[in-house]
Design a protein around this ligand. Structure first.
Ligand SMILES: [Fe+2]
Ligand SMILES: [Fe+2]
Length: 246
């Protein structure tokens, strides 16, 4: 990714930092007791996943940007972390208003955090984009599952931001891979896809009550997630030429 691309992304994240997302007041905000039971544990896991202080990501981005002379990257990552914290706050406000308990820890969240701690910046990006692509499918399902207008708008708002996150992360990842030899690219691709597939299956298993209610069996959910993966990470790999990230 060249410095000009990074400038475009920086402008985007700066703009969003100056105009933080909010959910319009006055939306219909009724969550039926059966809906609340269905979504409580599941939404709490995703709320936990949105929380990050950037303790691992920020130093990794700093090291990476020094190595590749990509100064704007650190600022982008700082603003990105702030946006994720905003997502966590929007979800938390909804949960508190509906008496849904917050989670302090969750098995899948811990696995994701451990993996990211072990990783350098590139691997961190792989783990992050995996969570976000699957999260987008999940938030769309959640929006469809509820009659609560506030929750529907909240889910669509999160998806709108996450789509930009995955666009940025996929462009960066593909640029990183493009300068590698063919065999290394193929290895990275197949390992990432395998990790993605396992993760989508685990997400279906751990959120299956809600996802089944939305009409997704495991196969349907994983297929939808893989379609997102292919859109962002598979076809462009052939099209993207090596750039200044090396
Ligand atoms: Fe998010
Ligand atoms: Fe995100």
């Amino acid at each position: 990714m060249c410095p000009d691309d990074l400038k475009i992304w920086l402008n985007h994240f700066e703009y969003h930092a100056g105009h933080p997302r909010s959910i319009p007041a006055g939306l219909e905000d009724v969550l039926k007791p059966e809906e609340r039971r269905l979504i409580a544990g599941s939404i709490a896991t995703f709320q936990l996943g949105e929380q990050s202080e950037g303790a691992t990501l920020l130093p990794a981005a700093q090291r990476f940007s020094q190595c590749h002379q990509l100064g704007a990257l650190v600022r982008i990552v700082e603003l990105f972390i702030r946006e994720e914290q905003r997502h966590a706050a929007l979800l938390r406000a909804f949960m508190e208003d509906h008496g849904i308990p917050l989670k302090r820890r969750d098995f899948t969240d811990q696995v994701f955090r451990r993996l990211r701690r072990l990783a350098g910046f590139e691997l961190y990006l792989c783990v992050l984009i995996t969570a976000e692509l699957i999260g987008n499918v999940y938030y769309r399902a959640l929006a469809a599952a509820t009659g609560c207008q506030r929750l529907k708008v909240l889910c669509r708002t999160l998806v709108a931001d996450e789509l930009v996150h995955v666009a940025f992360e996929s462009q960066l990842l593909l640029a990183l891979r493009a300068v590698r030899p063919g065999w290394a690219r193929a290895l990275a691709r197949s390992m990432h896809r395998a990790f993605f597939t396992v993760t989508a299956n685990v997400v279906w298993l751990t959120h299956r009550s809600l996802l089944r209610h939305c009409g997704y069996d495991a196969r349907g959910f994983v297929r939808l997630c893989l379609a997102q993966y292919a859109f962002y990470l598979a076809p462009m790999e052939r099209a993207i030429a090596p750039s200044s990230v090396s």
